[in-house]
Design a protein around this ligand. Sequence first.
Ligand code: GDP
Ligand code: MG
Length: 439
Amino acid sequence: GLTTRLQNVFSKLRGKGKVSEEDVNEAMREVRLALLEADVNFKVVKEFISKVKEKAVGSEVMGSFTPGMVIIDIVNKELTDLMGGTQAKLARSNKPPTVIMMAGLQGAGKTTTSAKLAKMLLKGNHRPLMVAGDIYRPAAIKQLQVLGEQIKVPVFALGDGVSPVEIARQALEHAKENGNDYLIIDTAGRLHVDEELMEELKQIHATVTPDEVLLVVDAMTGQDAVNVAESFHAQLALTGVVLTKLDGDTRGGAALSVKAVTGCPIKFASLGEKIDALEPFHPERMASRILGMGDMLSLIEKAQSSIDADKAKEMERKMRNAEFTFDDFLEQMDQVKKLGPIDQIMDMIPGMGKVKQMKDVKVDEKQMGRVEAIVRSMTKEEKQNPDLINHSRRKRIAAGSGSNLADVNRLIKQFDEMRRMMKQLSDMMGGPKSGKAAK
Ligand code: GDP
Ligand code: MG
């Protein structure tokens, strides 16, 4: 897999002092592949790589960092920058209503996103009004009305006998009279960009002069999303992009290209069909997702500032040699507790975000307490040598800790998996380190 490949190359980069050109070239080969696989436009990739190279060669490798970590840090920051750096906010007119016009191809998610956005605004104590501007797709008006009822947001509709331009014009009047502070205009899409569609959208634009023109793009369409964004932007002067269907297994490279090519910030990400599956878009999170690295660096930095360096070194040696025991596990838990709330930490470990979303995995402080009780019910020998723990010992441990056998079995299984994961993490961080964090 991609992550493994990146891990391999980064773990090879050791040594101290300055990052060499050779280090960078080696790392960039993998980063280039990672980006192309994530569906980032090749021109964007090329520019990106040369920018990173320029920054990375010659930078200092401080404290317990490795050249690989320094490079990944630069890659991450540059990717984040490419996507706009910070979270782009929704426009707000000082002469309400703020008019938001949705645009995009058929099936991209305009209608659902309209409702999701309305719901979000409603939660923020606004009074949105949605407009049924798609008179072509069968049942499109009904679809918006059903969504409106579900979220308790009014829908302005005039049926399919009135032109969308006229509907938009009247809706704006209606919003002003009714004190709606946001007007969300759902529009029709086509399977491909065409003249007729653009003409109609331009007329709506001219009639209501929107504060926000949001292009809704399906993240699964990859490269094609860039072409679509380019043609819409040329005609409509987009103010932002909504990236939908990021809940699929797409890496979201399209996000990067769309911003880089059109200059339009991505304002929202949609991660599912449910009404509340819309989130403000965070460039730094997307950067990690594209690289498949999680928030590795923030975790490393956090860990370095709060974990005792000597203990960490000893722990790492044990992990490498697969000597990790339940005693170490308890100690590790104490260390982890110092880092902060467990669910935040999970978010920072690559792959763990997914684990957290799984139904039967619940990670919280209470759960940790239960786990701790089980481990504390083990004998000294059992903690040191987990392989000893057979069925009858498990039953005893369960009884002793006030839990049941299934809990004990699960913990031991997780422990084995964790041992494997730690080994991987430690391999990736590039070998035994020395000294305290540089910061
Ligand atoms: P429109 O033609 O642009 O108005 O697209 P719709 O809003 O009707 O959405 C088309 C389909 O995509 C519907 O079945 C939606 O439920 C689905 N959809 C929209 N956004 C998302 C998303 O973020 N994730 C997933 N999985 N499906 C989505
Ligand atoms: Mg629609």
